[in-house]
Structure formats: structure tokens, C-alpha cells
Design a protein around this ligand. Structure first.
Ligand code: C5P
Length: 316
């Protein structure tokens, strides 16, 4: 009689990946006050998260940090902000674990929509959960700002004032609820190059007043979007002169369809229109698509909605 086969060791169960939302942002207004000693610029900006989003999947591994997105325009090495976030957090918390990060991209790359920074913040929030660190947005703030100036904002989301390098963020009491049409001409723009260009002709200012005026009027119940502008626009158009014509066309189309605000987001190349009326937003997106300009229709995501979506994603 054959000896009974020894019970085989159970194969390791596949570790379940954590699926995370990674929202895009627009800048409803952006003021550059001057150059700082650290080479960055002193900003006043109004950040706003929108429903356009990537999905980020985290799969725990014993060691090693890897990232993939299947896209040629997104690095799959340590220069990817999502991989840097994992590395930065492991160092910060003294963790010796690995992770594989999979990014399913919908947010256009190098388009002023904060996609890379948002992916990085998603990795911080997700790994905080997977590695049971219990840091939360407050404890993640330091590693977030070491990764990039826009990363801390994505720990909070919603409508928020960003000051300093844009990395000091304060959610506003009145959160904006609106439709957003984002048009992205197929032309990536380097944020660093736009800031360099602006620096050459920047006259340092003590204060920026448009965002202050917008916020104080908004608190009185009057949303004066016409006060807002983006100081990076002229430098972005100098950096990418071929964009100027496209942006003129996009702006006139958005305004014609009734946009309350039509602005370049961050350093571009995305241009967005803010609409209080859904039908106008639908028409604006259609008109852009008919003009062969890639465009999406999104909504703003308030701070409360952002918190709720994140709580669900983290299983809280
Ligand atoms: O912080 P982050 O790497 O996302 O910023 C990209 C580049 O944009 C920086 O390297 C810097 O050149 C420029 N920048 C700046 N001032 C800011 C934010 C960004 O000069 N407040």
C-alpha cells in the first residue's frame, strides 16, 4: 500500500488589492507673489477636486516597490510620484514592506490637473491603511509635502485655499458645487519650465488680493468668479506658443455656452469652464468634441464628499 501523500502546504492566498480613487484638481484661481529662497514660488491658489479620476490599486508584497500603468507617458520607475510616495512613507514610518502599485489612468498627464500628485496622495492614504500606521491626513502631511507641492491638498480634497508653495491647504467653509468641463489639447506642459519663465519677469508682491476678495464675497453668499485669474497663463502660453490658438478657441466656446469661469488649470495645458447649469455644461462639452478638442464633463467634489468616498475606499 502506498503511503498517504503528505498534506501539501497550502499555496499562499493571493493578497487582495486595495482599490483607491484618485481625483483630479483644477485651480479656480492662482496668484504668484514671488520667488522664494528655496527656488519655489509663493502662491495663493484655490484648489478644487473634480470627479475626473484615476484608479490606483495597491497589492501588498514582502519587499520592493513597483509601479505600472501600461502607459508610455507615465514612468514605471522610482521617478513616478506614486512610487516616490510609497518610498517616502516607508522611510518616514520605518516600515520594511513592499507594494505593487497599478494605476489605471484617465486624468491627462502633465496637463495641470494634478494627476501625479493625486496618485501619490492616494498611495499615502492607502498604505497608511494597508500598513496599519494610523497616521491619517494629519500624520501624512510631512511626507506628502516632501513629494510635491500639490500632494498635501489631495489628503483633504474639496474646495481649499492653498498658500505658501501651495502645500499649506485650508478647506473653505463654503464648498463649490458646480459642473466642470475640462478641455485638454494634446500638448503636455512642464510645470517647472512655466515657473522658470514666469520668474524672469516677476515683480515680487506682498499680497495677492483677488482670491481674498473672492473668498470674502463668497462668504457673503456672492460667488464672484469673474474676480479669479491664473498668473501662470501668459508664461504657459510663452512656453507652448502652439497652445495659444487652441486656448483662445476653447475659452470663447466655453464663455459662449455660459461658463461662469473659463481658465487655464495650474500650468496647463488643460483649460476648464465652470458651469452652474448642467445643460450648459453638456452643450459646452458637445461643442468642444465637435471642434475635435478632447473634453470631459465632470462635477466638483466637495470636501465632505471626498471624505465620504475615501472612508468607503479604506473600509472605515
Ligand atoms: O512640487 P512639484 O514638484 O509638484 O512642482 C513642480 C515644479 O514646479 C517645481 O520643481 C518648481 O519648479 C515649480 N513650482 C514652483 N513653485 C511652487 C510649486 C511648483 O516654482 N509653489
Amino acid at each position: 500500500m502506498k503511503a498517504p501523500a503528505r498534506a501539501r502546504r497550502a499555496a499562499p492566498r493571493p493578497r487582495v488589492a486595495l482599490k483607491l480613487p484618485s481625483f483630479a484638481k483644477i485651480n479656480l484661481g492662482l496668484e504668484v507673489l514671488g520667488r522664494r529662497r528655496d527656488g519655489y514660488h509663493e502662491l495663493r491658489t484655490l484648489f478644487q477636486t473634480i470627479t475626473l479620476r484615476d484608479d490606483v490599486w495597491l497589492s501588498p508584497r514582502e519587499s520592493g516597490i513597483t509601479v505600472s500603468s501600461g502607459r508610455a507617458d507615465v514612468p514605471d520607475d522610482a521617478t513616478n510620484l506614486a512610487a516616490r510616495a510609497a518610498l517616502e512613507l516607508a522611510r518616514h514610518a520605518g516600515v520594511r514592506k513592499g507594494v505593487h502599485i497599478e494605476i489605471s489612468k484617465r486624468i491627462p498627464v502633465a496637463a495641470g490637473l494634478g494627476g501625479g500628485s493625486s496618485n501619490a496622495a492616494a498611495v499615502l492614504l492607502g498604505l497608511d491603511r494597508l500598513w496599519r500606521l494610523g497616521l491619517g491626513p494629519t500624520g501624512l502631511y510631512e511626507p506628502a509635502r516632501r513629494i510635491g507641492a500639490d500632494v498635501p491638498f489631495f489628503l483633504l480634497g474639496g474646495t481649499a485655499l492653498g498658500v505658501s508653495r501651495g502645500d499649506e491647504v485650508y478647506p473653505l467653509r463654503r464648498q463649490i458645487r458646480a459642473h466642470v468641463v475640462v478641455a485638454t489639447p494634446a500638448r503636455p506642459v512642464s510645470t517647472a519650465a512655466v515657473f522658470r519663465r514666469l520668474s524672469r519677469r516677476l515683480t515680487p508682491r506682498e499680497i495677492g488680493s483677488t482670491i481674498f476678495r473672492f473668498v470674502s464675497r463668497d462668504l457673503e453668499g456672492e460667488a464672484c468668479f469673474s474676480l479669479l485669474s491664473n498668473d501662470l497663463e501668459s508664461a504657459a502660453l510663452e512656453e507652448a506658443p502652439d497652445l495659444a490658438r487652441a486656448l483662445r478657441r476653447i475659452r470663447s466656446l466655453l464663455v459662449r455656452e455660459g461658463a461662469a469661469l473659463a481658465l487655464l488649470s495650474g500650468s496647463g495645458s488643460s483649460f476648464f469652464g465652470l458651469f452652474t447649469n448642467a445643460r450648459q455644461a453638456v452643450r459646452a462639452r458637445e461643442a468642444l468634441t465637435n471642434a475635435a478638442i478632447p473634453a470631459v464633463h465632470a462635477r466638483t467634489v466637495t470636501h465632505e464628499q471626498y471624505r465620504r468616498i475615501w472612508s468607503r475606499a479604506l473600509g472605515r
